[in-house]
Design a protein around this ligand. Structure first.
Ligand code: ATP
Length: 419
């Protein structure tokens, strides 16, 4: 079995590694090769500095007999990557990896590192040398990081994505997808498919001039095929491809034992206590500080998280939360979802009510209270009063329109979210 990994063929102005892979697989099939199972779309670290969009890489497996066949497969793959990659773009540095061995622990570890940390081209070369994988680098060859990771990525949990590709003459034009049909599809197939639509925002369609018309995500290829039949479009679909993916599996999330242990450009599940009252800044972004006994970190719910920010705004000092999120370029922990574990009761202290019905006033420091109405005096302390909190303990997540590719929806976790 030959494993093929491909990454970094696209640019913001066009192309897509899934599309190139889809063309290659079709060509290999026409040439009589058996491509085993579904191709895999593997999302890597969402904070990788050189990503174009969603930091996705692709791998697939081809059955080959002997060196001659391997050479032929390699020729097909490399000629398609050379032909379709956006090589004139400065930030497009394709990488292709061919590997004939077992997916061993060092490959799996490398893939998880590519999802959870920032790696170098040398890290990829060292591993390829060690395991005998063959790498092909175009320009600076950065794509070999993703290509190797896509081959090695274990999928203990997985989802699928059916991608419909546009006819090239329509690239860059407005996508003609009937929104009502997407709404109906969502209604009939959720939660077997998910993240299709968010109020009026059509989440299945990208907003770039790439070859993708739409992508439907879900739990099984069967559910995707059924959902796809319900979507109405007003333009030609050139081809479809179903990918097996690590999308929506939380594979990027590491459990942080403490706040001080967390590093920038990684994603965590971390527990802590709210330190200060959340605040909004210009642009509608909401922040609060999370602390534990090792340190503190600024947590952020940015404007695109929409109504989720209203929940965050209700947090108060002393509340206990578990946050799932990643530390981005600004050093803030960008929240993907959170569990509010304890809503701290808020107590306000007020003067007692006099027997005449009027609220008493302070009679001076340590002198008790005096009624401004009847003049009655009373010794004692202020009376504690619980202030109602309009926040329930439980899980909350950002809306579909703000969800990261890797972020696992509460519905996939078997958890009913609060709102
Ligand atoms: P698209 O989603 O449209 O396919 P993209 O967002 O996947 O585009 P790429 O064009 O693939 O972006 O570029 C990502 C680059 O970053 C690749 O060269 C890949 O090898 C590299 N990369 C991926 N993960 C890491 C990581 N953890 N550390 C360092 N580099 C990484």
């Amino acid at each position: 079995m030959l494993h093929v990994g491909i990454d970094d063929t696209d640019s913001p102005s066009g192309m897509c590694t899934t599309y190139v892979s889809c063309l290659i697989i079709e060509k290999l099939k026409v040439c009589g090769y058996a491509v085993k199972g579904y191709p895999r779309l593997i999302r890597l670290n969402p904070f990788a500095p050189n990503k174009t969009r969603g930091n996705g890489a692709v791998s697939f497996r081809v059955e080959v007999q002997g060196e001659d066949e391997i050479e032929k497969v390699k020729n097909v793959v490399l000629s398609f990557v050379s032909k379709f990659s956006e090589l004139e773009n400065d930030n497009t540095n394709p990488g292709v990896v061919f590997y004939k061995g077992e997916i061993n622990d060092s490959l799996k570890r490398f893939a998880l590192d590519a999802i959870r940390r920032i790696l170098t081209i040398d890290d990829a070369k060292r591993l390829a040398d060690k395991i005998g994988a063959e790498v092909y680098e175009y320009k600076n060859g950065r794509g070999i990081i993703g290509a190797l990771a896509a081959i090695g990525c274990p999928l203990p949990d997985k989802t699928y994505e059916l991608i419909a590709y546009r006819s090239p003459e329509n690239y860059g034009k407005k996508r003609k997808i009937d929104k009502e049909s997407v709404k109906r599809m969502d209604k009939e197939t959720y939660p077997e498919t998910f993240d299709n639509i968010d109020d009026d925002y059509m989440a299945i369609a990208p907003h770039t001039p790439c070859p993708i018309l739409y992508g439907i995500r879900g739990e099984s290829p069967e559910a995707l095929i059924r959902a796809n039949q319900m979507i109405k479009v007003g333009e030609k679909i050139e081809r479809y491809c179903i990918f097996e993916t690590n999308q929506h599996t939380d594979q990027h999330i590491q459990k942080a034992e403490s706040i001080s242990q967390m590093k920038q450009f990684s994603c965590y599940l971390v527990s802590g206590e709210v330190k200060d009252r959340p605040r909004v800044i210009e642009g509608g972004h909401v922040f609060f500080t999370l602390k534990d006994n090792t340190g503190e970190i600024e947590c952020a719910a940015y404007e695109p998280t929409k109504d989720f920010r209203k929940i965050v705004m209700k947090l108060r000092p002393g509340d206990k939360v578990k946050v799932f999120g990643g530390i981005g370029i600004h050093g803030t922990l960008n929240i993907e979802k959170m569990k509010i574990e304890h809503v701290k009761p808020l107590i306000e202290y007020e003067n007692p009510i006099c027997s005449c019905g009027k609220r008493m006033k302070s009679a001076g420091k340590n002198k008790g209270f005096k009624c401004p109405n009847c003049g009655r005096k009373l010794n004692g302390q202020k009376i504690p009063r619980k202030i109602p909190r309009s926040l329930n303990e439980g899980y909350y997540e950002v809306p579909t329109c703000a969800r990261r590719h890797l972020s696992k929806q509460l519905i996939r976790m078997g958890i009913k979210g609060c709102s």
